[in-house]
Design a protein around this ligand. Structure first.
Ligand SMILES: N[C@@H](CCC(=O)N[C@@H](CS)C(=O)NCC(=O)O)C(=O)O
Ligand SMILES: [Fe+2]
Length: 362
């Protein structure tokens, strides 16, 4: 088998290529958009067919090459169903298995915490941990719906229970380490070795790191597999998910146009994210609708006053925190999500079908 660890020195990101020299099937994990030409050269140089691009999560610090690799090479994009990346070809779930080449498989292990949709991928004797477990560290949990408790559980219960000799290949390293092992991390990782869950949460809540430089650009782009606005519209038209609308004439047109620019999630995904915690829920309906019934702990922020009232809500001062907006059926919340994005919020998810759909599924 061919295995290569590739590095993006701008963002300290690792990308992994796994390929079979005989069947020519290839898989890339966490490709970075600025390296698209290198990947294509590398693949073509060995006559490899890229089958999948797998994302460990929706990245905040760089833009994925997944969407472009789909356009140029036809590779299927795959990202966790909890990431709100609805244009991805495959919505991954815990336990899924990607089969490729002859008898090769990559098993998905859900390791939420850095983000709710963070995944690790196990292939043969190595695990690709994205930004969950890093060498001598771990991904931060202070944005994008991060949750230090889930991070601890995922790492200690799902990763540290793999065989000791399993090789750990992270999504980043900021100290020029390349590879570690489960035993090394379990016994020496300063944030995790011999640390209780509460001690870990305490460490994670006091990192005080500056936000990634590209977060405002990267998170929304990565929800569309890294494609820019024009590329997204083409992808949406190609796949007949939603019709791109150039000129708006009715409220429904406005809602449809907004939906091409925001991220919608299903009621099922919203429930899972709320269960994981660390996500703010905003009801954008009117006061009387809210009074007649609403989601537990939802903040009331009617769609018409968002721009004026947003500054008064202490829960909404951090613009990178994950937020779910909902209304009665999903139209007003799409418009509200767009407004919030325009105000600089980069992690807004609109619940499709709204409160009516929520009630039907309860
Ligand atoms: N300085 C970097 C920040 C990188 C960063 O915050 N990386 C995230 C992963 S997306 C992380 O979890 N870092 C862990 C750490 O720095 O300890 C940038 O601007 O991109
Ligand atoms: Fe990350």
């Amino acid at each position: 088998m061919i295995f290569k660890q590739l590095f993006d020195s701008e963002t300290w990101t690792y990308t992994y290529l796994i390929a079979d020299p005989v069947t020519k099937d290839a898989v890339l994990i966490d490709p970075v958009n600025t390296h698209i030409d290198n990947y294509i050269m590398l693949l073509e140089g060995q006559d490899l067919q890229l089958k999948y691009t797998l994302e460990t999560h929706v990245h905040a610090d760089h833009i994925t090459a997944g969407g472009l690799l789909r356009q140029r090479l036809g590779a299927q994009t795959a990202v966790s169903q909890l990431c709100g990346a609805e244009t991805a070809d495959i919505q991954i779930q815990d336990g899924d298995i990607f089969e490729f080449a002859e008898g090769e498989h990559i098993k998905v292990i859900a390791t939420p915490g850095h983000t709710p949709g963070s995944l690790s991928f196990l292939w043969r004797d190595r695990v690709f941990t994205g930004d969950s477990l890093l060498i001598g560290g771990c991904g931060r949990t202070d944005f994008q719906g991060g949750n230090a408790g889930s991070q601890y559980d995922g790492i200690t219960q799902r990763l540290f229970t793999l065989p000791d000799e399993t090789l750990v290949y992270p999504g980043h390293d900021y100290q020029k380490h390349w590879v570690s092992s489960i035993m090394q991390e379990r016994t020496t990782n300063p944030r995790l070795a011999a640390k209780t869950r509460d001690e870990f949460i305490e460490i994670m809540n006091n990192l005080n790191l500056p936000k990634p430089r590209l977060i405002d650009e990267a998170v929304p782009a990565n929800r569309y597999c890294g494609l820019d606005e024009k590329e997204r519209q083409d992808a949406i038209a190609d796949r007949e998910i939603k019709s791109p609308i150039q000129h708006t004439s009715s409220s429904q047109d406005m809602v449809n146009a907004a939906k091409t620019q925001i991220t919608e999630i299903s009621v099922g995904v919203a429930k899972e994210l709320i269960k994981q915690g660390n996500i703010t829920v905003i009801d954008v309906r009117e006061e009387n609708e809210y009074a007649a019934g609403h989601l537990d702990k939802a903040l009331l922020l009617p769609r018409g006053v968002i721009e004026f009232k947003i500054g008064q809500a202490p829960e909404l001062t951090d613009k990178s925190k994950a937020i779910i907006v909902y209304c009665r059926t999903g139209g007003r919340s799409a418009l509200a999500a767009l407004t919030l994005q325009n105000l600089g919020y980069n992690n807004i998810l609109s619940m499709a079908g709204g409160f009516e759909a929520w009630q039907k599924e309860s």
